[in-house]
Design a protein around this ligand. Sequence first.
Ligand code: MF3
Ligand code: CO
Length: 256
Amino acid sequence: MIIRKTAAELEKMRRSGLLVFTVLKKLGDMVEEGVSTYDLEVAADRMIADAGARPAFKGYFVPAAGERYKYVLCTSVNSEIVHGMPSPKRILKKGDIVSIDTGVQLDGYFGDSAITVGVGELSEETKRLLQVTRDSLELAIQQARSGNRLFDVCGTVERHVVSNGFSVVREYVGHGIGTQLHEEPQIPNYVDRKNENPRLKEGMVLAIEPMVNAGKADAKVLGDKWTAVTKDGSNSAHFEHCVAVTSNGPWVLTRP
Ligand code: MF3
Ligand code: CO
């Protein structure tokens, strides 16, 4: 069942969303050569605590990993797709890209968003990877409208990515969000005709999160049980927003 939120609930989700935005904005500004992914973790932990919120990922049980996640952030560098773990040893260098993904729970409701940021000057191909991934999210957000169907969102990401010569990751998907970090429906970044294709309705909130590889789609998980990487070693980008379906169209909760 896809849970629909009342206007009052959406206002609460808005507060969570804006906190996540503020955190990611600050972390994005911190990214430069010599900064470690753990420096980002420490800053995020402090900001979320200062706001009176709870970090949504820390302690979150992921069945595929078989354990609870230990950090506030997922920091996935270059060929890492998602669930990269912050480490003082992972020092960013020029030409790297880092996906920073975080979530919070505030007054019972979750917010979840991700950005991918470059360190210094990027190659033309990597700049294009970030732009195509960002654009695929913006186009998908525009599909989050009452009367459309879930596949309109999924297919919009897939078409934009594939037509630009990149590939979408299949093992990790977006999700509904509310009083749980992950609610129905699952939101793949591709159309799978075997899945249900519900009609979108006012009050639904979708966490749309394209994960896009510069090379092939294939992913594998490293021995740490968490870090997902591209099999071919190509770079991967990730952007995410929470979007409410409203009578006024899509409302992106995780940005001003
Ligand atoms: N990146 C996932 C999402 O955006 C959540 C992270 S799973 C966790 O839905 F284990 F890190 F919490
Ligand atoms: Co998410």
